[in-house]
Design a protein around this ligand. Structure first.
Ligand code: HEC
Length: 94
């Protein structure tokens, strides 16, 4: 648990020091913390922009990300956490 929190903190700090990548082809994805890792992990099999078709709460996004992990998405727990948070912020349930 402690190790996981440290990993998450390190990842968040690292992400915060990167310059905002405003220029790329994924215009459906709004800027935000976790965007880069979402693109990295979620474009392994399909466009990361498929997420823009859905609006879910955090539990709903966690379920999608868990499904993709079962499909074979390759990332650390800290990265999956960041992706779920990014998606729940960028595409929240109405
Ligand atoms: C290992 C391959 C793989 C990776 C990596 C992957 N996906 Fe998928 N994804 C799929 C496949 C296969 C489908 C279509 C079948 C399905 O719905 O499971 C899909 C479909 C989807 C859909 C549409 C589902 C629907 O029913 O409308 C969404 C949303 C999605 N993925 C989100 C993500 C997110 C978010 C990530 C990053 C965490 C991700 N995917 C990473 C394989 C992958």
């Amino acid at each position: 648990m402690a190790v996981r929190s440290v990993l998450l903190a390190v990842t968040l700090v690292a992400a915060g020091t990167l310059p905002a990548l405003a220029q790329d082809e994924f215009k459906a994805l709004p800027p935000g913390e976790g965007r880069d890792v979402t693109i990295k992990v979620c474009s392994q099999c399909h466009s990361p922009e498929v997420v823009a078709q859905q609006q879910l709460d955090i539990a709903g996004w966690k379920q999608i990300v868990d499904t993709m992990a079962n499909n074979g998405a390759n990332a650390t727990d800290a990265e999956f956490d960041q992706i779920v948070k990014y998606l729940a912020t960028a595409f929240p349930a109405n």
